[in-house]
Structures are given as structure tokens and as C-alpha cells.
Ligand binder design. Structure first.
Ligand code: ADP
Ligand code: MG
Length: 305
């Protein structure tokens, strides 16, 4: 009766919007004791609002800085990139961008994705760099004290801050804020009642991480992680015989999803790469299905014994 029960389990999950890849995957979900969550797009909606846009270059308007950023992010699958493009399009549609600035978006040249950090592209013969403040430090791009203070103000509010550089000079800043999924806290509390320990692994800054961890009641938090740091963290759990499941969305999470004991990808806004790396996919991005998936797997495995 073993394969029959597993088939039934997988079938039931599918009816609830969870695609489980295999019987082996279902067996692993039943053993999970820790659940690691990515932040942006997983615990949050991943539709970020631009709360500030600044130019630090006297000859560039704020709109121009946004134009460069949006153009560079055109091919980005990351929620931050998509949100910057959406903001630019919205301003253009509302006619808030001056006629003179209203050029058609160029195709970025030499687009390079710096996974978990930002993007680099050539536009109009200029090198555009956009990403997290750490990246600019790493690239040794000069950031004045004044800019650091402005950035700090937005970080304290729990915002995500990205810098925009043009030809290796600091040109502007965009601060974005995300919204926690309405049902995230309830989902975390259900996991706790199933004796699963939640943890937050994010590439974003520690203030943003702290802000959301308080909102959803996750006490274990690691911030400023690169994709390979997330991977190492998950491997450590496996090495210590702690079966951990990673839940993630974006292109930056594929490594983490693969290196965890089990992986769940968000299907809706998630990238196809993340989906391929996962053991299960949440078709409608309904995170409330996660505790259901664990319970269903546990029940199915009990039937077999
Ligand atoms: P998270 O763990 O919150 O999903 P990521 O690891 O995907 O975050 O990204 C970490 C950080 O790197 C972001 O908070 C942002 O500062 C920066 N970043 C990543 N991708 C991009 C992008 N396409 N454009 C600008 N910044 C980015
Ligand atoms: Mg992510």
C-alpha cells in the first residue's frame, strides 16, 4: 500500500495548489524540523513601493537617475528590479516625467546579474551599477558621509536601500519598502505548533530583516547573506543532522533550495530556476499551504508504517 498512499498524498497536495515533485520529496517533507524563509517575495509580497528617489549628481534629475536604474533592471527577475521598472512606468503613464525626459527605454548592453547584490549594465555608453550598499563598498565607489546618513535614515525605517552608480561614481539612491504577507504570521505560528522551528535568511540589511522578523515572530534571523552564505547555512543544518526546508522565490535562491534537505519554491512570482531546484512548488503563492504540506506529508508517512 506504500506507493498508493504516497500517490494519494501527492494528489491531495496538488488539489490544494502544491505540486510535490516525487514520493521521495514527500518523505523528506515529513521529516523536516526547521524551516528557513527567504524574505523578499516569500514572507513579503515582493511588490515594493519606492519611498524615496534621490540624485547626488547636480547634472542629473531624479527622473534621469530612475530612468537609468529602470533601464538597467529591465531584464531583472528580482522583485527589486521589477518594482523599480514598475515605478518608472507608472510615473511615465501619469505624465509625471517631463517631456524631455520621456525617452523610450533603451535596451541595456552587457547586462550582468550580480546574484544577491544587484546588476550592472551599459546604457548610452555609460556603466550603470545598481545594488546594495555593500556592493558599492566592495567596488570601492566613494560614498560621502552625507549619503551614508541619508541611507541610514531609510534603513532605520526598515526600508531596502539600493545605490545607483554611473561610471563608478555615486549618482543616486532608491529606498523601497515591502509589505509583509497578510497571513505570514499565522503560517509561522502554525509551523511552531507542529514543532517546526522557523528561521529567516535574507540578503537584505539587518534592519529590514529585524523589522519583518518581529512582524511574523521569527526569532532566528540572519541578514546580509549572499546566495552562497545561505547555501552554507543550510548545509550546516544538514551536517548537524537537522533536516531543514528552504522556502524561497527568486533566482537568487536556487542554490539555497538545492542545498537544503528539502526545498519549496513560490510558483507565482518565483523564477523558473527556483522552481526547477525545488521539491515542491506553491502554485498560487499561498504560504498558508506550507504547514498543510508538512502535516499532509507526516500523515501520509504514518499511514505507511
Ligand atoms: P532577499 O534575501 O531579501 O530575497 P536577495 O538575496 O535576493 O534578498 O538580495 C539581497 C540584496 O541585494 C537586496 O536587498 C538588494 O539590496 C540587492 N539586490 C539584489 N538584486 C538586486 C537587483 N536586481 N537590483 C538592485 N539590488 C538588488
Ligand atoms: Mg529573494
Amino acid at each position: 500500500a506504500t506507493p498508493t498512499a504516497i500517490m494519494a498524498g501527492i494528489g491531495n497536495a496538488a488539489a490544494y495548489g502544491i505540486i510535490i515533485r516525487s514520493g521521495d520529496a514527500l518523505e523528506r517533507f515529513a521529516k523536516v524540523k526547521h524551516m528557513a524563509f527567504d524574505k523578499t517575495g516569500t514572507l513579503t509580497y515582493g511588490k515594493l513601493k519606492v519611498i524615496a528617489l534621490k540624485s547626488f549628481n547636480d547634472s542629473l534629475s531624479e527622473e534621469k537617475v530612475l530612468y537609468y536604474a529602470a533601464t538597467a533592471e529591465q531584464r531583472s527577475e528580482h522583485p527589486i528590479g521589477k518594482s523599480i521598472c514598475a515605478h518608472y512606468r507608472a510615473l511615465r503613464e501619469q505624465d509625471l516625467i517631463k517631456k524631455s525626459e520621456k525617452k523610450v527605454m533603451l535596451e541595456p548592453q552587457d547586462f550582468i546579474l550580480l546574484a544577491g547584490q544587484g546588476v550592472r549594465a551599459q546604457i548610452d555608453g555609460q556603466e550603470i551599477l545598481i545594488g546594495k550598499p555593500d556592493l558599492f563598498q566592495q567596488e570601492q565607489i566613494f560614498i560621502s558621509k552625507e549619503i551614508e546618513d541619508i541611507s541610514e535614515d531609510y534603513l532605520k525605517k526598515g526600508a531596502t536601500v539600493v545605490y545607483i552608480g554611473i561610471n563608478r561614481h555615486m549618482a543616486g539612491l532608491i529606498a523601497l519598502s515591502d509589505t509583509v504577507r497578510e497571513d505570514a504570521e499565522r503560517m509561522i505560528s502554525k509551523l511552531k505548533s507542529l514543532h517546526i522551528e522557523p528561521l529567516l535568511l535574507t540578503g537584505d540589511n539587518s534592519d529590514a530583516a529585524q523589522d519583518i522578523s518581529e512582524k511574523v515572530a521569527i526569532s532566528k534571523v540572519k541578514a546580509n547573506l549572499l546566495p552562497e552564505d545561505k547555501m552554507k547555512e543550510l548545509k550546516r543544518y544538514t551536517d548537524e543532522n537537522k533536516p531543514v526546508c528552504m522556502v524561497g522565490d527568486g533566482i537568487n535562491d536556487a542554490l539555497a533550495l538545492k542545498s537544503a534537505y528539502a526545498g519549496v519554491a513560490m510558483g507565482g512570482i518565483g523564477s523558473s530556476i527556483a522552481v526547477e531546484a525545488a521539491d515542491a512548488v506553491l502554485v498560487g503563492d499561498d504560504i498558508q499551504r506550507i504547514p498543510y504540506l508538512i502535516r499532509l506529508s507526516q500523515k501520509t508517512m504514518r499511514k505507511i508504517k
